[in-house]
Design a protein around this ligand. Structure first.
Ligand code: RIB
Ligand code: CA
Length: 313
């Protein structure tokens, strides 16, 4: 089976880093490009992190510098309290010498120039995708599928606020624009990523390998716990789960539902409103991830990260 072409839009970000590792280690996906967007930390840092991670992971694809902030709002918040001021929990990677390409034009060129349909995996705010839709709508329609880490269902609606998950909270207008656009979407919300807990005990093959990847993963898990966001040493694998679905969609079950993103509420901005009523006026527009095969997800993480650790040395 040929590899699935993907482009990754990301705000690295410690869990973004794990997702990029998983992508680099998995022959099921062909990483055609990485585009950094502002989110967890500012664009200068997310772009530098994306380039440095691409170097570490020996990814030959182009790296782009996307949006520096949300579409229209000025009250931007980051998640440095979770990811550290440098976005990687304080872990210092060698600075890349790569030339960073303007992100949205790169995304348009990668999509328009491909003779195969491309899946776009978004693991940060959706600003770049909304800009692509606004500026290159016909090209955006060529997207095979958007696999979006974001949102949640009523049982687990938010982390950045009581109602909203961070990626949608950071740019509610962009999220609303994307979910109103006619492109297949898989939404990997907090209801799913809260199932996808991975801790040190789940990664025995990686620790047995013990190289640079193992050292970075160990730092990420420890810093996440130190920051108070882990649960008993385990970490919610938000972005790695989205990437794992691109690698093996059978890891999860989904429900075809209507999803709209609240972008005007004073206290609900960024909330993913998942409609379970199946009414004619709100037809399904999203495949919402509901259940995760957690043992298989954990095994994929351990096996692939260990293989990567052995390959990059
Ligand atoms: O809510 C989790 C999401 O917000 C993840 O993508 C994490 O990296 C942060 O960007
Ligand atoms: Ca992210």
């Amino acid at each position: 089976m040929s590899a699935r072409p993907i482009v990754i839009d990301t705000d690295p970000g410690v869990d973004d880093a794990l997702a990029l590792m998983l992508a680099a280690a998995s022959p099921e996906v062909d990483v055609r490009g990485i585009i950094a967007v502002a989110g967890n930390v500012g664009i200068d840092q997310t772009a530098a992190n994306a380039a440095a991670l691409a170097d570490l992971l020996e990814l030959a694809c182009p790296v782009g510098r996307g949006a520096a902030g949300p579409l229209w709002r000025r009250d931007t918040e980051n998640a440095a309290h979770v990811h550290g001021n440098n976005g990687l929990g304080g872990y210092e990677l060698p600075r890349s010498s790569r030339e960073l390409i303007p992100g949205v034009p790169l995304l348009a060129d990668l999509l328009g120039g491909s003779d195969e349909p491309i899946t776009v995996v978004t693991i940060g705010p959706l600003t770049d995708i909304a800009l692509l839709i606004n500026e290159h709508a016909d090209t955006a329609r060529q997207i095979e599928r958007l696999i979006v880490m974001g949102g949640g269902t009523l049982d687990v609606p938010g982390n950045a606020s009581a109602a909203a998950e961070f990626n949608f909270y950071a740019d509610p207008d962009a999220a609303a624009r994307v979910f109103a656009f006619d492109v297949p979407i898989t939404m990997v919300g907090l209801n799913a990523t809260h199932q996808a807990l991975v801790g040190p005990d789940d990664l025995p093959q990686l620790w047995a390998s013990g190289g640079r990847i193992a050292h970075l993963v160990e730092h990420i898990l420890e810093d996440y716990e130190r920051a108070g966001y882990g649960s008993g040493g385990a970490m919610e694998m938000h972005d790695p789960l989205a990437m794992a679905i691109a690698i093996d969609p059978t890891l999860v079950t989904t429900a075809a539902l209507h999803v709209d993103i609240e972008n005007v509420g004073r206290i609900t901005a960024g909330m993913a409103v998942v409609d379970h009523r199946h009414r004619p006026g709100s037809p399904p527009n999203t495949d919402v991830v509901m259940q995760v095969d957690v043992p298989r997800f954990r095994a994929l993480m351990d096996t692939r990260l260990a293989e990567l650790d052995r390959s990059v040395g």
